[in-house]
Design a protein around this ligand. Structure first.
Ligand code: 5GP
Length: 208
């Protein structure tokens, strides 16, 4: 992948984290459609597929045994326990994308984000999404209607904890209106694609 000036560069790992109910899935879906050259990383999870989810597109749905074996074999770039299931990002496709200059979007929780930040300090860009208020988040979570009261209660508690992690991130997007949020995300992506530090050694503007 070229940078916006036409120079060859390393791929960027864009990490999107948010408390559940912040509208992160909507933003990441829209971003993948709107931002050229950005591809989603497909995570592994041990949770069961929800209605409408497709194996290989939303997640790779695996057993606990399979997941644990891959962790033991160092196949994961990061992994974490979230809501009684394991989630993780496979390492090989991520490393391949960075080397090939392809930009990847990771939709992962705050534990995974801190592992990627530590392992890929030069290549990771972290973005946190918050809803305009906690009341808004609660409304969105209940409106989703996919879970019972106990599960919603657990998600709300966790959402408060997760929200407090935003100062560790590079960028913050308050998601009041999706179109606006995508435009801000696009601005972050454009700026990061212009960073001189990402250019490969062989790049020489004007052959200087
Ligand atoms: P859900 O079960 O609603 O799809 O996802 C629950 C949470 O797990 C979300 O916060 C999501 O960002 C996070 N998640 C999804 N994939 C991964 C992953 O590969 N690694 C980590 N650390 N978290 C993930």
């Amino acid at each position: 992948m070229m940078d916006l000036n036409g120079g060859p560069r390393r791929g960027i790992v864009f990490i999107l984290s948010a408390p559940s109910g912040a509208g992160k899935t909507t933003i990441s879906r829209a971003a993948l459609g709107a931002i050229a050259g950005l591809t989603a990383s497909v995570s592994l999870t041990t949770r069961k597929p929800r209605a409408g989810e497709v194996e290989g597109r939303d997640y790779h749905f695996v057993s606990d045994e399979d997941f644990n074996r891959r962790v033991g074999a160092h196949e994961m770039a990061e992994w974490a326990r979230v809501f009684d299931a394991s989630y993780g990002t496979p390492r090989a496709p991520l490393d391949r994308a960075i080397a090939a200059g392809e930009d990847i979007l990771l939709d992962i929780d705050i534990q995974g984000a801190s592992q990627i930040r530590a392992k890929y300090p030069a290549d990771a860009v972290t973005i946190f999404v918050l809803p305009p208020s906690f009341a808004e988040l609660e409304g969105r979570l209940r409106g989703r209607g996919t879970e019972d009261e106990a599960a919603i209660g657990r998600r709300l508690k966790r959402a408060r904890e997760e929200a407090s992690a935003y100062p560790e991130y590079d960028y913050l997007i308050i998601n009041a209106e999706v179109g606006d949020s995508i435009a801000r995300l696009q601005a972050v992506v454009n700026a990061e694609r212009l960073r001189v530090a990402r250019l490969r050694g062989e790049f020489a503007p004007w052959q200087l």
